[in-house]
Design a protein around this ligand. Structure first.
Ligand code: ATP
Length: 423
């Protein structure tokens, strides 16, 4: 019975997707010309959850995709109309397995926020605490599963945008997005992440940052009840001034906490966009939404650090050796061959950048991206793949870079001694 319903739902989803694509003109899917950035963004928004995440991935990967798409996809919003309160109440009731009023004394029928996977309602527990309930929308997991049919299509879209990437790594990227989203559908995992991060703050004696306390007795796979935070998103400079005398200091606390988690927590928060960092009324920084986290093993960190040192001194064997330790492969990669290819890449670059040409603003950033991109390609030609954790890390660096521009434009992140983890 279950399989049959899934089959029907799957077919329906396929039809739905095709009809959205049909409205925007299917030709580009067959490969002629990529659609304009705006059209592609709107198409993704219409297609919902999976494609929105794909769009956000494009927005956060300037290394891989053309500038005009990266810029347009900054506006790829995950805001969907909220479901009627009746539906939400039914889900909460089902998940609790007992009458709602035995657990909550009130629930605000108007949602605080609504995105493709979940919607959030403010509530009060019968024991008096202010909480929020994050409720998973019905059928979300199913949509994601049936969208798996579109792995090929999504990879095909990315291929037209980023012809430099190999088919294997494109399919890998899409598969990983899917996997991350499936994980986001399990709130027990998210509750556990919140608890682990709380312990990390406790162990590192960090009183300047906090995460919502989880109420386990009323949290399940599909509903998550947690402490309610009162505050404003970190990027809302005017409102922050109301809570914190020194917004720059607040940003530094957020960044230090996040950087410390890279090495002292078993995972890092991999989605710290504007709405997920709050400045609370008492001035502390609140981290919310631990649906997406990244994990990097200690030996991989060591390899990253060795890689950077090798670049600094121009040691190609060292770079090759570190790259092999960072990457994932089923083949045996030869250090000497990879090293020779990296050296060739460097020689080419030397020839490409004549010293007497004046450097333009922004060019340095583009160059770094291109060099990284070329190195990834060299690695790939030897059968190496780089774990998705690196895309997630890079994304966070870009977010922080943006926050620094907004909140502390004068700050030099490489020199400022208050930033403990970069020194
Ligand atoms: N503990 C909390 N206290 C107060 N508000 C909260 C809390 N948790 C979530 N919210 C509100 O609900 C919004 C959505 O929550 P959350 O980010 O966890 O959900 P999401 O569906 O993963 O959304 P997104 O994709 O935008 O990150 C937040 O931006 C915030 O406004």
């Amino acid at each position: 019975m279950g399989a049959v319903t899934n089959g029907i739902k799957g077919a329906f989803r396929v039809g739905q997707t095709l009809s959205v694509l049909g409205r925007t003109g299917l030709n580009w899917v067959r490969g002629d010309r990529p659609p304009t950035p705006k059209l592609l963004r709107q198409t993704f928004e219409n297609l919902g959850a999976t494609y929105i995440k794909l769009g956000q991935f494009i927005a956060s990967s300037p290394t891989f995709f053309p500038k005009e798409y990266v810029e347009e996809f900054q506006y790829c919003l995950d805001k969907t109309p909220s479901l009627p309160f009746g539906v939400i109440k039914r889900i909460i009731r089902e998940e609790l397995g007992r009458p709602i009023d035995q657990v909550y004394s009130e629930i605000d029928p108007v949602a605080l926020a609504s995105a493709s996977i979940a919607q959030v309602h403010a509530a009060k527990l019968v024991t008096g605490e202010d909480v929020v309930i994050k409720v998973q929308k019905p059928g979300v997991e199913n949509i994601l599963l049936t969208d798996l049919n579109f792995l090929y299509l999504s990879a095909r879209i990315l291929e037209t945008l980023a012809p430099k990437l190999s088919w294997t790594s494109l399919s890998g990227i899409v598969e990983e997005i899917q996997q991350t989203m499936m994980e986001e559908c399990d709130f027990i995992k998210e509750a556990n992440n919140l608890k682990v991060f709380r312990e990390f703050l406790l162990n590192t004696h960090n009183d300047d940052a906090t995460v919502p306390r989880v109420y386990e007795q009323c949290s399940t796979r599909r509903i998550l009840t947690m402490e309610r935070f009162y505050g404003v998103p970190l990027t809302d400079l005017d409102s922050i001034r109301g809570f914190s005398k020194d917004p720059e200091r607040t940003l530094i606390t957020a960044m230090n906490t996040w950087f410390a988690s890279l090495t002292q927590c078993e995972f890092f928060h991999a989605d710290v966009h504007a709405g997920n960092l709050m400045v609370l009324k008492d001035g502390r920084v609140g981290f919310i939404d631990f649906g997406i986290v990244g994990r990097i093993r200690p030996d991989t960190w060591q390899a990253v650090s060795d890689f950077i040192s090798a670049i600094m001194v121009g040691n190609f064997d060292g770079m090759a050796d570190a790259m092999i330790r960072i990457g994932v492969t089923r083949r045996t990669v030869r250090v000497d061959e990879l090293s020779a290819d990296l050296q060739r890449l460097y020689r080419q670059m030397d020839r490409m950048v004549p010293d007497d040409v004046p450097y333009e603003m922004g060019q340095a950033e583009d160059d770094v991206n291109n060099i990284l991109m070329d190195m990834v390609k060299v690695g790939e030609s030897h059968g190496l793949h780089f774990p998705r954790e690196f895309a997630l890390l890079l994304k966070q660096f870009l977010y922080f870079d943006r926050y620094v521009h907004i909140l502390a434009p004068e700050m030099d992140v490489f020199m400022d001694e208050r930033l403990t983890m970069l020194h």
